[in-house]
Design a protein around this ligand. Sequence first.
Ligand code: ZN
Length: 163
Amino acid sequence: MSELKIVANDVVVAIDYMLMVDGEIIDSSAEREPLEFLQGHGNIISGLEQEMLGMEIGESKEVVVAAIDGYGEIDPEAYIDVPRGEFPEHIPVELGVELQVQNEKGEPAYARIDKIESEEVQLNFNHPLAGKELHFSVQVIALRKPSDEEVEHGHVHDHNHEH
Ligand code: ZN
C-alpha cells in the first residue's frame, strides 16, 4: 500500500487553516484539531477545495477566494422589512442581533438586524460572509484513504459520531 503524498479527489485531507476577511481573523484551526474533509465532495468552500488539489503533505499556501466561489454574492432580494409592531418582544432591537425564523417551507432561516428605522426593522438573510473575499492560509497536515462508507456518504466520519 503506497503512502498518499498528494491531495487528490476521494482522499481525506487534514489541514490547519486560518481564514481572514477584511484583514481580520474570522476562523482558525489553531486552537483545535486540524480540519478533516473528503476532497472532491464539496465539504469545504469550493474556491478553496479547487486550490487544494495537488498540494503535498506539509505544503502551505495562501488562497484568495472570490465571493462567488465563497459564500456567494450579496443577494439584494434577501432583505425583509418588518414593521416594528410585529417584531417579537423578546428579541432586542439592536443592530447586528441575529435571529432564527422559519421560511415558507418551515425550515430555519437565519437573519440579522441590519437597519433600524422608526417604523421598520430591516432583516438581512444574506450569509454574514456573502460578498466577501476570503483569504485562507492552509497547510496540509495529513492525508489518508477514506473508508468505503466515507466515500459512499461523501464526507468524513470521526470516532465520535457516525451519520
Ligand atoms: Zn456519513
